[in-house]
Design a protein around this ligand. Sequence first.
Ligand SMILES: Cc1ncc(COP(=O)(O)O)c(C=O)c1O
Length: 400
Amino acid sequence: MTTATWDQYEDEARRLDAADPLAAVRARFDIPEGILYFDGNSLGPLTHESRRVLHRTIEHEWRERLIRSWDEDWLAMPSRVGDLIAPLIGAAPGTVICADNTSINLHKALMSAVAMRPGRDEIVADVNNFPTDIYIARSVAEQHGMTLTLVKASQIPSAVSSRTAVVTATHVDYRSAHILHADEITAAAHAAGAMVVWDLAHSAGAVPVDLAGLDADLAVGCGYKYLNGGPGAPAFIYAAPRILADATQPLHGWWAHAEPFAFETGFRPAVGIKRFLTGTATVLSMKSLEAALSAFSGVTIDQLRAKSVSLTELFIRMWDEQLQTVGYTLGSPQDPDHRGSHVALGFAGGKQLVADLAGAGIIADFRPPDLVRFGFAPLYNTHLETVQLARKLAELGSAH
Ligand SMILES: Cc1ncc(COP(=O)(O)O)c(C=O)c1O
């Protein structure tokens, strides 16, 4: 087998970019000249629409309309933005709401699930989950005198039992990008009578999820990664329609009340997904997220997935042919069916490598002890950028 030259990879990348049905979508983003951005799995870049809408919100809705904007627009935002996110995660309208951050939403979701499984004394979680998920699961377990059982995702189906109230895992592993067998895990949990809470932080906007088809109970996820809502953008929470009437959550803020503006002393939960709200929406951040979600208009989930796979496949081929010989190991699944939208490479001295890349205008991120993560966001990354990234990695690896 002959290995391609960098010029050949670039020619191939140009051909792929020319045939890319999402090529025009990149113009919806304002990525600085000279920057190759491979960190959309941590913070999506600015969209032109977010800038425009934030400006208008500040100058018109806030400065001119003042408090009238709550009735005119802002009160409806959490539901409206939830409904924009819903099709990206296979959820029906009215089952997703935008609120708080992922950690708070996970707390609400787990507390909700535990309350619906009285008498059970265990939470099962993926040991490789993002730390916040484990911390929150542990705090919920401790509050109820329950056991938190941490196992590898592949062991969850055999770990669940009649003791288990709820299982929680992240659909796409934040380090390796491994896509968990959500169907098997959900089915096994349900067969044991337990509920399932999925964290979709590394899925929403890049990797297909079918919450309704999975029959998942609850799910949460971030607004600032592949949804591009901006730093600190609010998160989202999903609850299956079949549980909504019975679902409770412990943060009885006034926005979760059936009639917030009745100012009643007693708490009555809102009908539907609004009961998962807490307090006042973070309007500016939510506006930014809402605007950024328009970048998905006209884009199908199949197109997103095809582009994401095409980018990561090209990168992994270059890893195979060029990068592994200069010290990089593959920290992500080689099979695209099991890989999300980022690729992790192991590299001794990865932290310095990420700094060197940044010095060359290439933004990626580092996760200890030695993983370098590259997010390939299907809305704006190109195949040519992917080759330029690999070429730089080869150069830095050889010099190491
Ligand atoms: C899987 C996962 N869950 C949750 C979070 C963060 O949650 P929060 O919105 O509370 O900061 C992250 C952040 O990177 C994450 O990767």
